[in-house]
Design a protein around this ligand. Structure first.
Ligand code: ADP
Length: 402
């Protein structure tokens, strides 16, 4: 069984085909500049694990044309991997916002597509693009291939009400659904499942803190096998500082700046989502590697950005230890979490009060599911590389098998 995994943005379409007989990658690719308004062509870059690459530029006014390019790449190009798209058993879509409507993955029938579209109010950068891609799939492939929605928010739907409510007038929750929804749920679920499998334990018997540190960052507290709390909130802006996002702020800061500079809500959204975080502080870059290099060369703002981010990560982990009244395992994942051993070591040094000790040898290894704390460490610390596409493919397989 082959599953086609789609991660659609407003102008991009990332995809993978995964062979579920052994969960191997068949191919992956990206279409870029879909719907460009400056007259430029769309692009496709398609790669196979044996090193073949297909690249092309063509008209891509909508996601439907992008899918036609993908079908060509998969079935006809020099990097083809199958004779016909009929070999695909199902399409799994990553969907950022499922609100309270989608506590789990499901088949995307007309009613579900309408709900995903309505939830665009809560994720204006993402859900409208997902809907475009889902409808384009229907146009390109008809309804013979089932489409499944896998929601970033679903894993967090188990949070108790006291952790997901904001202390605003209740009517905003009642009327507009204003509450914490979280994000990166597919990754937090995947790495915590892998951890339990790695240890041969039942997830229900562990208190786990998963740290997804990438361009976007979030930390989750997992208790009794389910999500208890998570750092991202109503939108993926909340939590601690990220590449370009602020994380938690005193909201008065925003009303103050808005008055000073005559800013609109759209300006505030742009500043907080795209111009802040480590980029805002360093005035240099949102890229962790570049920041580390700049800090080593004496750039004080780069060093400050890294110190602030690390401090906020430690604070979140500490607060979740308190929230769960303990922790058995801490897991690092995603671009920074998997690739920056020094940061992991520094964070854990600040958590020494928990009896954590890092073992340098495993901590310096890359790309492995591995315990990086010593055998004596009171809390197990692990690196588990995330694989959101595989997680989506697994969910998709499960939904269509029901
Ligand atoms: P996203 O999927 O959210 O775009 P990723 O999980 O790919 O993000 O993480 C991107 C971040 O990971 C960037 O800040 C990048 O600098 C960082 N990163 C990637 N490789 C390394 C590395 N070898 N060392 C340190 N940071 C790295």
């Amino acid at each position: 069984m082959k599953i086609f995994v789609v991660n659609a943005g407003s102008s991009t379409l990332k995809y993978q085909v995964i062979d579920m007989s052994d969960e191997s990658l068949v191919c992956k690719g990206i279409c870029d500049r879909i719907g460009a308004t400056d007259g430029s062509l769309g692009t496709i870059t398609h790669k196979t694990p044996d090193g073949r690459i297909y690249e092309n530029e063509c008209e891509m006014p909508t996601h439907a044309e992008a899918f036609e390019s993908v079908v060509y790449a998969l079935t006809k190009s020099d990097a083809k991997v199958m004779d016909s798209f009929d070999e695909i058993s199902a399409i799994g879509h990553r969907i950022v916002q499922g609100g309270s409507v989608f506590p789990e993955s499901c088949i995307l029938d007309d009613a579900a597509i309408d709900e995903v579209e309505k939830l665009g109010e809560l994720a204006p950068l993402h859900n409208p693009a997902h809907v475009l891609a889902i409808r384009a799939c229907l146009k390109t492939f008809g309804d013979k291939i089932p489409q499944v929605g896998v929601f970033d928010t679903a894993f967090h739907q188990t949070m108790p009400k006291r952790t997901y409510m904001y202390a605003l007038p209740y009517k905003y929750y009642r009327e507009y659904g204003v509450r914490k929804y979280g994000a990166h749920g597919t990754s937090h679920k995947y790495v915590s499942d892998r951890l339990a499998a790695m240890l041969g334990k039942d997830k229900k018997d562990m208190k786990i803190i998963t740290c997804h540190l990438g361009s976007g960052c979030s930390i989750s507290a997992i208790k009794d096998g389910v999500c208890f709390d998570t750092s991202m909130g109503f939108t993926p802006l909340d939590g601690f500082m990220m590449g370009t996002r602020t994380g938690t702020l005193d909201p008065s800061v925003l009303t103050y700046i808005a008055e000073k500079e005559n800013l609109t809500p759209a300006d505030i959204n742009r500043i907080c989502n795209k111009e802040s975080g480590v980029l805002g502080i360093s005035e240099l870059t949102n890229d962790n590697r570049d920041l580390v290099n700049a800090a080593e060369e004496g750039n004080e703002q780069a060093a400050l950005a890294l110190e602030m981010q690390r401090y906020q990560i430690v604070k979140f982990i500490g607060s979740y230890v308190a929230a769960m009244n303990g922790v058995d395992a801490i897991v690092f994942t995603a671009g920074i979490g998997e690739n920056n051993p020094q940061l992991r070591k520094d964070i854990c040094k600040d958590l020494q009060f928990l009896g954590i000790e890092i073992d340098d040898e495993p901590n310096n290894k890359r790309g492995l599911e591995i315990r990086i704390s010593t055998a004596d460490s009171k809390v197990g610390v692990y690196v588990v590389p995330t694989n959101e596409e595989l997680a989506i493919a697994r969910e998709t397989k499960e939904v269509i098998s029901k």
